[in-house]
Design a protein around this ligand. Structure first.
Ligand code: PEP
Ligand code: MG
Length: 758
């Protein structure tokens, strides 16, 4: 029941005026509650704000005892106000005192009030406080009143989020918005970044909340919805919405766009006097508050869909296009994105970028691959991070641990600034080591090679002093392309790579696609067991149209130079012979067509399928070098999916059986005089690398960032001592006696005792 002072629209207009008045924040809040109470014919109107310590504090009231302002506080689950904060849902009661959650605060003098209507103050689905009204008489609040109060709460949310309310916080009572937060995600790229939040897709700011003409707003909403649906239909017709998104996903998306409940809520919000865009924001706030709490992934997917739809509608309605943050990147920027394509990351000015945070991207995502190539500290898999940050917020990314600190306290900031300084100093020391040969204390020289996949990686060859590129994952370039690259384009890439490498050899691995590495433009394969399915050389051999142009491009790029080509996922002699036959055929063609061949062609094979361990001698006799892919070897050895978070860490490469297998490989390679390197992740981790040296490995290939720490480890190692120790750990009976699955702790203690930096 709205009083003689007018309906919800008039109230909103009045409040807008109050928002613009040049008064103190407290006076503004005081005026707001007076207006609401008068307009809604309530004896009481109160605003509670959520503090950083999790308590709700009374910030303004009309009708309750004014002395209670800034004195009354409650837990965020206590009383009716606490219940609203906790559930993020409105609560309307005719007989509030008999509600089980009712709690009595004598200082407020509220016992005389019978009816209660409270709504959460929401922003991005997070509760910032509670707004309520109370009446002496028992009364049922109408839906219109509930809606009106919710809309009013949006104004308050704006005021709280703007920082204005924080300025009247009592000492020790900082408010929740803007409070420090620490979150944990997946560590995607090592490094520490301190800076300020830049949103990859800036939020649309709804400036006009109150409708001048409801009918007109309803028409605007309907037109925007129709335009949005038409756009989705067009996407489906085209059959593609961008990499990795498929028809099924789009169909679900279309269904959500036609969801009657959602549309009804949007229209109802307009009826309360909101502009169409404010209605979209209101409804989306509610949806977020409800769905965010769900642990069910399908509900969270739905929230993403709704977010996406709301965003599209807002763009339609405000006519604002996504203003790219690329152009105006401030110094020390930490980009926060739901997700991002790899090309978008490359567009940012690297010199200003200090870190990257991705809500929805794991280690295998393309953007993570590029982030690693560029050495940007990155954390991924951070649910709802976008709800917790505002542009310009101070933020720290710890890409080694996967930690993110939003609005850090001075001590955290200080600790990280120190950590970043130490890291910079260490990097400088590693840099100084770049031309120092990696020789152990007892005189054994180790070759350190670098893994790469993009041209941008190759700049690190000189910076790190790596002797060669031990693994060039050619598929990365393919993953970034929008269609299958032609032979000529490939030839150019490979030639550029060789040019940048300035005479240091590159072991180009032929396409290793399939499983988690998908090419968006190649038909998606739905396989039950993709890691065991049609991938890598299996595709290459079955589809000469894929393998042959690549080999041709490589051979041509290598004209007159040394060319190293390596085949992935070889599981048998027959496969290797077949792959070599294709290569030989291409070499013959090259000559026949009068092209200059490579000065020297070396053929290698990845040892990453366990079956090769029982054919290794024969394999070695057929190739010029081998490279151990310990990532996949480990995956197939223990039958443990390397990308499945539930099982990936179940087994440790530092286990006696796996180390024995690795030893067997290096022993056979040595016996057959076949050069061998190891290019899986373990080669770039100091403790693991130490074990590998002890097994006999003299060549390791790793990410550029790992070379410094590995070299430092090598320079401090006396291999004679380590060799004996590791041999005793993996001797046939050793692990059975110890009953241990991992040798990590024992080895770490040993290394620490020896003063080896690991
Ligand atoms: C491996 O399997 O160890 C490897 C180096 O290849 P990738 O990680 O690209 O599969
Ligand atoms: Mg592999």
């Amino acid at each position: 029941m709205f009083g003689a002072l007018g309906g919800p629209r008039l109230l909103l207009r009045r409040l807008r005026e109050v928002m613009a008045e040049p008064v103190s924040p407290q006076a503004r809040l005081d005026k707001i509650v007076v207006h609401i109470a008068a307009s809604m014919v309530a004896e009481v109107c109160s605003v509670y704000v959520l503090r950083a310590d999790g308590r709700l504090e009374l910030y303004a009231t009309e009708g309750l005892n004014r002395e209670a302002v800034h004195l009354t506080t409650m837990r965020a689950s206590e009383g009716l106000v606490g219940l609203i904060a906790e559930t993020a849902e409105p609560l309307a009661l005719a007989d509030a005192q008999n509600h089980p959650a009712f709690s009595y605060h004598p200082e407020t003098g509220e016992e005389v009030y019978s009816s209660f209507l409270g709504v959460p103050i929401l922003r991005g689905g997070n509760t910032l406080g509670v707004l309520d009204i109370q009446n002496r008489a028992r009364r049922i609040y109408t839906d219109e009143e509930i809606e009106a109060l919710q809309t009013t709460a949006m104004l308050l949310a704006e005021m709280i989020a703007s920082g204005e309310v924080q300025s009247i916080a009592q000492p020790g009572g900082d408010i929740a918005v803007g409070r420090p937060m620490s979150l944990q995600g997946s560590a995607l790229c090592d490094g520490v970044g301190l800076g300020h939040v830049v949103l990859h897709e800036p939020r649309i700011v709804v400036k006009q909340l109150i409708a001048e003409d409801i009918k007109h707003e309803m028409e605007r909403l309907d037109t925007a919805i129709a335009a949005m649906r038409a756009a989705i239909d067009r996407l489906i017709e085209r059959g593609n919405m961008g990499p990795g998104e498929h028809r099924e996903v789009l169909e679900t998306f279309r269904m959500v766009a036609h969801d009657r409940g959602w549309l009804r809520r949007l229209r109802e919000a307009v009826t309360t006097g909101l502009t169409a865009e404010a209605a979209v924001e209101r409804v989306q706030n509610d949806a977020r508050a409800k769905l965010q709490r769900h642990t069910d992934p399908s509900m969270r997917e739905r929230l993403h869909d709704l977010d996406d739809l709301a965003n599209r509608l807002l763009h339609q309605l405000t006519g604002q296009s996504f203003v790219s943050a690329h152009d105006q990147l401030p110094e020390n920027a930490i980009i926060v994105a739901r997700t991002m394509g790899p090309a978008a990351l490359l567009e940012y000015d690297r010199s200003r970028l200090r870190g990257l945070i991705l809500e929805d991207a794991g280690g295998g995502s393309h953007v993570a691959i590029v982030a690693r190539a560029l050495g940007i500290p990155t954390v991924g898999d951070l649910d709802n991070i976008l709800d917790f940050v505002e542009p310009g917020d101070a933020i720290i990314v710890d890409g080694a641990l996967g930690d993110v600190h939003v609005r850090p306290t001075p001590d955290v900031e200080h600790a990280y600034a120190e950590k970043a300084r130490l890291r910079a100093r260490r990097l400088e020391q590693y840099h100084k080591l770049r031309n120092v040969p990696a020789i152990t204390r007892d005189g054994v020289e180790i070759e350190l090679h670098m893994n790469a996949g993009l041209l941008v990686d190759l700049q690190h060859l000189a910076e790190t002093g790596a002797v060669s590129v031990g693994l060039f994952r050619t598929e990365l370039q393919f993953m970034l392309a929008s269609r299958f690259p032609r032979m000529g384009e490939q030839e150019k890439w490979y030639r550029s790579a060789l040019d940048i490498a300035k005479g240091k050899p590159i072991a180009f691995r032929t396409l290793d696609i399939g499983s988690d590495k998908v090419l968006p433009y190649m038909i998606e394969l739905q396989e039950e067991n993709p890691a065991l399915g049609w991938r890598a050389i299996r595709i290459g051999l079955d589809r000469p149209g894929v393998l042959r142009p690549q080999l041709r491009g490589l051979l041509r790029a290598g004209a007159g130079r040394e060319m190293r080509i390596m085949f992935p996922m070889i599981a048998s002699i027959a496969e290797l012979d077949a792959a070599k036959a294709v290569l030989e055929h291409e070499v013959a063609l090259l000559r026949r067509h009068g092209h200059k061949p490579p000065a020297e062609l070396k053929v290698g094979v990845m040892v990453e399928v366990p079956s090769l361990l029982w054919e290794l001698e024969n394999i070695c006799r057929r190739v010029d070098f081998i490279s151990v892919g310990s990532n996949d070897l480990m995956q197939y050895f223990y039958a443990v999916d390397r990308d499945n978070k539930r099982v990936a860490h179940r087994f440790d490469p530092l286990s006696a059986p796996f180390l024995r297998a690795l030893k067997q490989i290096v022993d056979v390679a040595r016996a057959t005089s076949t050069p061998v390197t190891l290019c899986g992740e373990m080669g770039g981790k100091p403790l693991e690398a130490l074990a590998l040296l002890a097994l006999g490995y003299r060549g390791l290939s790793m990410s550029a960032a790992a070379i410094g720490p590995i070299k430092a480890m090598i320079l401090a190692t006396d291999l004679r001592v380590v060799r004996g120790f590791v041999a005793s750990l993996i001797g046939e009976t050793a692990s059975a006696e110890a009953g241990e699955e991992t040798l990590r702790t024992t080895l770490r203690e040993f290394a620490e005792h020896q003063g080896i930096p690991i």
